[in-house]
Design a protein around this ligand. Structure first.
Ligand code: HPA
Ligand code: ZN
Length: 337
């Protein structure tokens, strides 16, 4: 089977996907019409042409601006359902989805509105498309730690719908330690922990050390700047801390990360390939995997191992992990025929 066909057939696991980052221009127009909101652009081409990110803050500006059309539970349902329908065609089997409640509560949308819309889509996606999913609630690191703590407490009645907590938004001058108490409380409440350590941020290596040593995360989002520090590579590999890398997203703000991904893989780090904000960066999980195969010239076995890594570092139940591993093995066996 040729490379591209194999990549499509490969059962996939996505661990770094911001649901608000899947808002495609067409859906944005539909929701704006439904909610009576005027938009600056009128065609998808205009919207995409306006995406000229050169760093994290310039991306975040467009990302938060886009969310303004999300008002009702139905909007959040439509957003998530559009994502699930799209990636069902890419053979996505399991996804841990980030959502940013504070990006909505800060503009007057209730936590319940957000999560109940997402939850309805999750149930339907599992029944109709066979995609199992879980939610990771991210705190916005450019807001105060007190607001993150209040959000955590507000989420507790919905605890059975949320698997873990994360940290995203602008990392500049917002180090992990700012949220030490919030994450300690989240751990106490039984949540799994992850945090963004974005690409090429000032103090990146210190931030990565902090999330491992002071926060005690279960995995790290992005985090591939560890290549600059051999001791850190060894530590991450030994501790089995997974990295959720997002190759297409990285190309907007940095160069040369794909070789680093392969290098980290070869040094025993559990790296995975993910899509981050596909509607903004222009690629869902399959496009990200294809980019890795093309740029790094790696074989199908390498690509299958990326999917296995994602299963390993996911927080899926053990039975589902076994099933996904068997499906990946089947895809490899079928490709050899
Ligand atoms: N980094 C930080 N904040 C974000 C990201 C990201 O990759 N995507 C959405 N919010
Ligand atoms: Zn991200």
């Amino acid at each position: 089977m040729a490379g591209q066909d194999f990549i499509n057939a490969l059962p996939k696991v996505e661990l770094h996907l911001h649901i608000e980052g899947t808002l495609e221009p067409e859906l944005k127009f539909k929701l704006a019409r439904r909610n009576g909101i005027a938009l600056e652009h009128t065609t998808a081409e205009e919207v995409k042409a306006s995406y000229q990110f050169t760093d994290l803050p310039s991306f975040l500006e467009a990302y938060y601006d886009g969310m303004n059309v999300l008002r009702t539970a139905e909007d959040f349902y439509d957003l998530a359902m559009a994502y699930f329908e799209r990636v069902a065609k890419q053979n996505l089997r399991y996804v841990e989805i980030f959502f940013d409640p504070q990006a909505h509560t800060s503009r007057g949308i209730s936590f319940d509105t957000v999560i109940s819309g997402l939850r309805r889509a999750q149930i339907e996606a599992e029944q109709k498309l066979g995609i199992v999913s879980a939610l990771i609630m991210c705190f916005l690191r450019d807001f105060q730690a007190e607001y993150a703590m209040a959000t955590l407490l507000e989420a507790l009645p919905y605890k059975q719908w949320i698997l873990g907590v994360g940290l995203d938004s602008d990392e500049n001058n917002n180090p992990p330690a700012k949220f030490k108490e919030v994450f300690a409380r989240a751990r106490q409440e039984g949540f799994m922990l992850t945090m963004h350590c974005d690409i090429d941020i000032p103090g990146s290596i210190d931030h990565i050390r902090e999330v491992i040593e002071e926060i005690g995360v279960d995995r790290i989002d992005h985090g591939t700047n560890i290549v600059e520090d051999d001791a850190l590579v060894e530590k991450v590999a030994e501790a089995g801390i997974g990295l959720t890398s997002c190759p297409i997203s990285n190309t907007w703000v940095s160069k040369g990360k794909i070789e680093e991904l392969v290098d980290l893989y070869n040094r025993g780090v559990k790296v995975t390939v993910n899509s981050d904000d596909p509607a903004y960066f222009g690629g869902y999980i399959e496009e990200n995997m294809r980019l890795v195969q093309e740029e790094a010239g790696v074989d199908n076995e390498f690509m299958a191992q990326l999917s296995r890594n994602a299963v390993d570092i996911s927080w899926a139940p053990a039975v589902l992990k076994e099933q996904l591993r068997a499906e990946i093995d089947d895809a490899v066996a079928n490709a050899g025929k």
